[in-house]
Design a protein around this ligand. Structure first.
Ligand code: BG6
Length: 296
């Protein structure tokens, strides 16, 4: 059975390899494990809450309708990263047999009411459909955001992917030189001049309007360990909390876990997407293995 639908999670198993699997928590529709031939590809904190008491620290949390904290009046009262990652989504079922593909949905009635009520006047009607497809060497996550409301509203979207590495000190993220960057730590914008992003301290940067033709590669000791392909997601956040910030997060364990992860987060976060009544916006990320550039 490629799909197992449990009380709290759905497990997708590859049709060709029983050791290639994705585990999705219904809370947040959060992918918290992706194994390729038995090897885990995502980082998950040992102290991550998987019981729906707080957003998952690790895996691929979903960020909607605001990235970070924003002064924009429509979202300024909301906690960081909005409500999608703290709402229990509905499992809509399987759409394709091979490669196995499943869908989750979220609307106002299922959204975490406390946070949802802080989006505009708390009455924005919306529909989110998340599609997850697993193949031998990739996982695709596609989001469709629809506006069934009588009024327009706006949002950010981001896939907050925690990619697993052996030692982040040996890691580079390529394909970002020359890009416009906003450094959230020093709160300054500049053009990226380093040949690749490396990790020797806290990194928290938003690269803006990066052509989606660019595949972002996570390279460890000269080998490509993850490729990130984006569709309609022009911004990329690169994040590693390093030592001090990890200490301050109660759900971040072990405390040196920052060495095992790098977040490469495709999103639409620099500007809001404005969605008019009746419109649908869609976007996707594909994380794939191997050292060849491909197009999925
Ligand atoms: C990143 C942000 O996307 O998420 C960081 O750029 C933030 O600033 C990080 O610290 C984690 O956020 P949270 O809310 O999951 O602790």
């Amino acid at each position: 059975m490629p799909i197992t639908n449990g009380d709290n999670e759905v497990i997708i198993t590859s049709c060709k390899n029983a050791n290639t699997q994705v585990k999705v928590l219904k809370y947040g529709a959060t992918i918290y494990s992706w194994k390729v031939n038995g090897k885990e590809q995502l980082w998950l904190s040992d102290a991550a809450k998987l019981d729906g008491s707080k957003p998952v620290r690790g895996g691929i949390p979903l960020v909607f309708p605001v990235f970070g904290k924003s002064k924009d009046p429509s979202v300024s009262q909301m906690p960081q990263h909005g409500f999608a990652r703290r709402s229990t989504w509905e499992f809509l079922g399987q759409t394709t047999e091979d490669p196995p593909t499943i869908q989750f949905g979220l609307g106002p009635e299922l959204a975490d009411q406390e946070v949802y009520s802080k989006w505009d006047k708390g009455d924005n009607d919306f529909t989110l459909v998340l599609t997850i497809e697993l193949d031998d060497d990739f996982v695709r996550t596609k989001i469709e955001v629809s506006n069934p409301d009588k009024k327009p509203w706006k949002f950010n979207w981001l896939f907050h992917s925690y990619l697993r590495v052996d030692d982040v000190e040996n890691v580079l993220v390529n394909n970002l030189p020359g890009e416009d960057c906003y450094d959230q730590i020093i709160q300054e914008s500049y053009e990226e001049r380093e040949p690749a992003v490396n990790f020797a301290g806290e990194v928290d940067r938003i690269y803006r309007n990066v052509s989606t033709k660019k595949i972002l590669q996570v390279i460890e000791m000269g080998r490509v360990v993850h490729n990130v392909q984006r569709n309609n997601l022009p911004d990329v956040v690169i994040w590693n909390p390093w030592i001090e910030k990890s200490k301050g997060m109660s759900d971040f364990q072990p405390k040196d876990g920052y060495l095992k992860m790098v977040c490469v987060e495709p999103g639409h976060v620099h500007d809001f997407v404005l969605l008019r009544p009746g419109e649908t916006w869609s976007a996707e990320q594909v994380i794939y293995k191997g050292d060849e550039i491909k197009s999925y």
